[in-house]
Design a protein around this ligand. Structure first.
Ligand SMILES: [Fe+2]
Ligand SMILES: [Fe+2]
Length: 183
């Protein structure tokens, strides 16, 4: 798999978790009380995975393809800006869910709105990349680029970006989907 294919697979995994989050929000809207522990883990995982694992790999690839095309450059810069915004947003929302879990008094409609905003912005970002960025990168790239990027990727032993970290996330991801399905 090229890094682009791996990132696409990440989007599929993240989208599944965002669907689960959407179901949890629907439950809240219907007046049901979801399992807050699971909700908290879900939001935290989505944020951590995106901010600490997925986006740094994308930034690495985006940086590589800079200065090839003016329009692609504009999109790449917009994307990097969104990564910064989403990092702050996911931190805020994770704190919000934790606060609610620890009995902070927050109006339910405000809580739901903020979860929905998080869901929509994470989705919009993935769609922007899938529909605009990835096809544009595909159009300007060739096999040599993918080989060069492959060589340049962090090594498996790298605790932050390497294969080991990917493996850890896959384990948590599987466990979480099981939990969510049985909850
Ligand atoms: Fe991204
Ligand atoms: Fe992405």
């Amino acid at each position: 798999m090229t890094i682009l294919e791996q990132l696409h697979q990440d989007h599929i995994n993240l989208s599944r978790l965002l669907e689960v989050l959407e179901m949890k929000i629907q439950k809240l809207k219907a007046g049901d009380s979801p399992n807050f522990q699971l909700l908290s883990e879900l939001v935290e995982y989505i944020g951590n995975y995106a901010d600490q694992f997925h986006h740094p790999r994308e930034d690495h690839m985006y940086h590589y393809f800079e200065k090839r095309e003016a329009s692609l450059d504009r999109h790449l810069h917009e994307c990097e800006r969104q990564h910064g915004d989403l990092k702050q947003l996911s931190k805020d929302v994770t704190e919000l869910v934790d606060a609610v879990m620890h009995d902070a008094v927050i109006p339910m409609n405000e809580f739901i709105e903020r979860l929905e905003n998080f869901l929509e912005r994470e989705r919009a970002h993935i769609n922007f990349e899938e529909e605009t960025i990835f096809p544009a990168i595909n159009a300007v790239s060739n096999d040599q680029d993918w080989q060069a990027l492959e060589k340049d990727l962090p090594q498996p032993s790298d605790p932050l970006f390497g294969e080991k970290q990917g493996e850890n996330y896959r384990e948590i991801y599987k466990a979480m989907l099981q939990d969510v399905n049985s909850a």
